[in-house]
Ligand binder design. Structure first.
Ligand SMILES: Cc1cc2nc3c(=O)[nH]c(=O)nc-3n(C[C@H](O)[C@H](O)[C@H](O)COP(=O)(O)O)c2cc1C
Length: 307
């Protein structure tokens, strides 16, 4: 149809695509390259802040490494981020490095569609921007989309303390494999940040792809706490050690003991150690990836299942 052909030239691709993927995702591999060295960081890098855009990893990869994302099946380069070392973070037993994203490009669309789509997306972002609302610059959102070439799993984070309970979705999360830490990047304005710093315990429910709609509704709890666990639209079950209500239909429930937290720009970076890990069911987990990544996979007949 001529409409399918013309559409990418008049309308931008969606920034994000929600997909059903078995965790841990293995469709895209992330590699850090610096000074003639390289290391697989598919399970060892995470977003620590959106403004500025900051990546955390257990490795010290020098001052100006490259972070490459490749299709695992074909080895094709999908995108690259240019990083600049910012700081290191020392916890009880491990240390991490924070890298500011200095630049980046993706290769999911051919030229000139790549530049044209970015222009259309950036124009829409600027048009919808509210002066009172938190929003990264369009160039930083383009770089964030590159970081999402590795599909990011969605979890529900549960918090329970005397006088405060909450459950909200997160995808700026991930293992930092070499350090044994697990990170959560939460906007400083999230209502549960002070409580999490105090009680230092959370439960993470890995969400089946089929629960997308219910999970998106819980985004409101980033702003105000949950009044009553019984008000949840799905059954809960207590996490194993802490007894924090988690999602009964989870694929997996992990408990974290938070060993470190600090503000990094717009976000508070929480670092935790796993206290328990219950694998409850097989199935695909809700993930987010970049819209241009899904467009690339569709063009090559290997698209991810969209939900
Ligand atoms: C699936 C999903 C994942 C999210 N992940 C995070 C996260 O990792 N960190 C965070 O601070 N906020 C996260 N949010 C919250 C949003 O960034 C945003 O704060 C929330 O949806 C409120 O939207 P608003 O501030 O645009 O009104 C997530 C929201 C959704 C729906």
């Amino acid at each position: 149809m001529w409409k399918d052909w013309i559409r990418p030239y008049v309308r931008p691709l969606p920034q994000w695509s929600t997909v059903a993927v078995a965790a841990p995702q293995q469709v895209v591999t992330a590699t850090l390259r610096w000074d003639g060295n390289s290391a697989d960081v598919t399970a060892d890098h995470t977003v620590a802040s959106l403004v500025p855009l900051v990546i955390a990893t257990s490795l010290d990869a020098g001052q100006h490494p490259l972070l490459e994302y490749r299709d695992s099946a074909t080895g094709k380069l999908l995108g690259v981020l240019r990083l600049a070392q910012m700081a290191s973070v020392a916890t009880e037993k491990a240390s991490l490095t924070l890298y500011h994203v200095a630049g980046g490009e993706h290769r999911c669309l051919g030229w000139p569609l790549r530049s044209w789509n970015a222009w259309l997306q950036n124009r829409l972002m600027l048009k919808n921007r509210s002066p009172h609302h938190f929003a990264p610059e369009p160039a930083a959102v383009q770089q964030l989309m590159i970081a999402y070439l590795c599909p990011r799993p969605v979890v529900l984070v549960s918090v329970s303390a005397p006088g405060h309970q909450n459950i909200f979705p997160m995808d700026l999360i991930g293992p930092l494999e070499r350090s044994g830490l697990f990170s959560l990047a939460l906007r400083n304005t999230n209502v549960s940040v002070p409580v999490m710093r105090e009680v230092r315990q959370v439960a993470l429910s890995s969400i089946p792809a089929t629960m997308k709609v219910a999970v998106y509704k819980l985004a409101e709890y980033h702003k105000h706490p949950l009044q009553d666990w019984n008000a949840l639209p799905f059954p809960a079950r207590p996490s194993r050690e802490f007894g924090i209500p988690a999602v009964a239909a989870s694929l997996r429930i992990q408990e974290l003991s938070i060993v470190h937290s600090q503000e990094v720009g717009s976000h508070t970076l929480f670092l935790g150690r796993k206290v328990s890990d219950e694998k409850l069911a097989e199935g695909t987990q809700l993930h987010h990836t970049a819209g241009f990544h899904q467009a690339y996979r569709r063009r090559h007949g290997m698209q991810l299942a969209e939900v």
